[in-house]
Design a protein around this ligand. Structure first.
Ligand code: ZN
Length: 156
């Protein structure tokens, strides 16, 4: 049974887990948000930007990176873009209960095969293939079905 509040939308999406404002006062959101709060506490307060906001950020930064005037600017934008991808992947891991195994930012930045990364950025984070399939942004646990499916899809 949902509370009477279930019919009242909030003014904005949940700032913690990104849940849609229209159904913020529901038990299904409350349950999900509890998982996010626990994960954030376990990660010493690190709060990944949730979806859908992080998707918008990735879109904007991808366009900015393509339009960057010089390498210094490109490396700066690439860092922000990589952080957004990292947050999205980490959020996905929170939803799936794998966040404790998710690589840290430095490791993730080396694993992600992102098109258009400036050389200066790759120099800081040399590519480590085999962890995240080309064209994908989500880290999946090693030996998981999700990772196998990701690499199989990437080959086609
Ligand atoms: Zn929430």
């Amino acid at each position: 049974m949902e509370s009477i509040n279930a019919i009242q939308p909030a003014h904005e999406d949940c700032p913690i887990c990104g849940w849609d404002a229209a159904t913020v006062f529901t038990q299904v959101h409350e349950k999900r948000c509890r998982r996010w709060k626990q994960a954030i506490a376990d990660m010493n307060g690190y709060q990944p930007t949730p979806r859908p906001r992080v998707e918008v950020l990735i879109e904007e930064l991808t366009q900015k990176l393509a339009a960057a005037d010089d390498d210094v600017e490109a490396v700066k934008i690439a860092g922000a873009l990589m952080r957004a991808h990292y947050d999205r992947s980490l959020g996905h891991a929170i939803d799936n209960g794998h966040y404790k195994d998710h690589p840290d930012y430095d490791a993730y930045a080396s694993m992600l095969d992102l098109q258009g990364l400036p050389e200066g950025f790759r120099h800081l984070y040399p590519h480590q293939p085999g962890h995240i399939a080309p064209g994908f942004g989500f880290w999946e646990p090693a030996d998981s079905k999700s990772r196998r499916l990701q690499f199989r899809a990437a080959r086609h």
